[in-house]
Design a protein around this ligand. Structure first.
Ligand code: ADP
Length: 461
């Protein structure tokens, strides 16, 4: 096992990795930008190295500075967390060439799934259904029109290197298609340095279901699904497992089939370490691959709670060459015994179109008690810098059934006090009271419909 690891990330995920390392007796090196000097991950790591100015392009994305910090700290491995360099194949290669283990998949794995068109074609060969779409990149307005006619409207234009909901545009006719084509190109170029775009059929009101994968290079196991359909602008706000969709009689084979497909997708590229295969599922239970995330995800605690597997520790063990200590049957036995739900608490104002709300937290009191977990890097007096994403805490509640988990989450959110900034907590509290949500009847259009219906209330609070 490694003796010392560098964490190439910040915020709650850096803390999450530090916690796993401490329990495993591994020493940690944190890196931080000038804006993060007061962050909890800096305080809790054994060592910390400042790697540059606040902007991530000059700090958390600077490969040479991170490698220098790793050499200075004399670490054996780097955990990249999520975002930043976690899906950068070049970074994985640089680590390996410096004799530092990259705690994640191989560079080839990352490349195979990083280009979303190539990923579609790869999994298609493994008989994993993909959303009907263009076979390759859409390169001109005429090309876009031709494909859209063939696929049938509505369609969704996507950035080839896209992620985080950026570079996605829905089009219902030729007029909006042309706008979508140029907008997705511009956004893809600005966000990912790649103007490549492609088209998919836009599946109306689908469920976003994703399958957590763990592979030690010998066998690929799945850890069940997460339902991430509660999204705003293609960004997840609430996740849960098991998915209410899987509880419906008509979908009794859905989990089995979708998990098998996910394992096939991972096997076909000889995937190693933790990853997630994302699908959209229509009302009839047809599922389609949309992409694979080749890293640990924000919502991984939901799966940890239902499977009792510490995903971050397993990532570290796999990187150190160890075998997974459980079998698929062990996981299957655990699925369905615990229900878990996660709310992503963002520093955003839900009553002002979710405008970012960075600044100083005057008072911070996190919920606790039986069945509640909070992953957060925040504390009273901490200032949320404006440079990074707005996630400030994740609340995870569990129960032996869905109702208990939901009631417990409501109780936890009631207890959560964050003063000085605006957060998404009031919005999530309202969602938890919604009858359709309570009944488990929701799809990815839930938030839009919910906001339209509760406009009066949202403005009044
Ligand atoms: P990103 O990598 O930016 O997160 P994804 O391809 O994962 O982009 O899609 C993000 C979200 O957009 C999905 O969770 C889903 O809600 C929606 N979406 C993506 N593709 C489709 C599609 N073909 N039809 C309907 N909704 C889609």
């Amino acid at each position: 096992m490694f003796e010392k690891i560098l964490i190439a990330n910040r915020s709650e995920i850096a803390l999450r990795v530090i916690r796993a390392c401490k329990e495993m007796g591994i020493r940690t090196v944190a890196v931080y930008s000038q804006a993060d000097a007061d962050s909890l991950h800096v305080q809790l790591a054994d060592e910390a190295v400042c790697i540059g100015p606040p902007r991530s392009g000059e700090s958390y994305l600077k490969i040479d500075r991170i490698i220098s910090a790793a050499e200075l700290g004399d670490v054996e491995a780097i955990h990249p967390g999520y975002g930043f360099l976690s899906e950068n194949a070049h970074f994985a290669e640089v680590c390996e060439s410096c004799n530092i283990k990259f705690i994640g998949p191989t560079a080839a794995n990352i490349r195979a799934m990083g280009d979303k068109i190539a990923a579609r074609n790869t999994v298609k060969k493994a008989k994993v259904p993909v959303v009907p779409g263009s076979d390759g990149p859409v390169t001109s307005e005429d090309d876009a029109k031709k494909w859209a006619r063939e696929i049938g409207y509505p369609v969704i234009m996507k950035a080839q290197s896209g992620g985080g909901g950026r570079g996605l545009r829905v089009a219902h006719n030729e007029g909006t298609l042309i706008k979508a084509f140029h907008a997705a190109q511009t956004e893809g170029q600005a966000a990912f340095g790649d103007a490549g775009v492609y088209l998919e059929k836009y599946v109306e009101n689908p469920h976003h279901i994703e399958i957590q994968i763990l592979s030690d290079g010998r066998k690929v196991l799945h850890l069940g699904e997460r339902d991430c359909s509660i999204q705003r602008r293609h960004q997840k706000l609430i996740e849960e497992s098991p998915s209410p969709l899987m509880q419906m009689k008509e979908h009794k084979n859905l989990r089995r089939d979708i998990c098998k497909a996910a394992v096939r997708a991972a096997e076909t590229i000889k995937y190693v370490n933790a990853g997630t295969i994302e699908f959209i599922v229509d009302d009839r239970g047809n599922f389609y691959f949309i992409e694979m995330n080749t890293r640990v995800q924000v919502e991984h605690p939901v799966t940890e709670e239902i499977t009792k597997v510490d995903i971050v520790k397993e990532q570290i063990r796999i990187a150190a060459g160890e075998e997974l200590p459980f079998k698929q049957g062990d996981i299957d036995d655990r699925i369905g015994k615990t229900y878990a739900i996660e709310c992503r608490i963002n520093a955003e104002d839900p009553f002002n179109n979710f405008a970012p709300s960075p600044g100083k937290i005057d008072l911070y009191y996190a919920p606790g008690g039986y069945g509640v977990r909070v992953d957060s890097h925040c504390y009273g007096g901490y200032t949320i810098p404006p440079y990074y994403d707005s996630l400030i805490a994740k609340v995870i509640a569990i129960g032996p059934d869905r109702k208990t988990a939901l009631d417990r989450m409501s109780r936890a959110l009631d207890e959560f006090i964050i003063r000085g900034i605006k957060t998404t907590i009031p919005f999530q509290k309202m969602v938890l009271k919604d009858l359709n949500f309570r009944r488990g009847r929701y799809s990815t259009n839930f938030v839009e419909t919910f906001m339209a219906a509760s406009r009066g209330t949202m403005q009044g609070v």
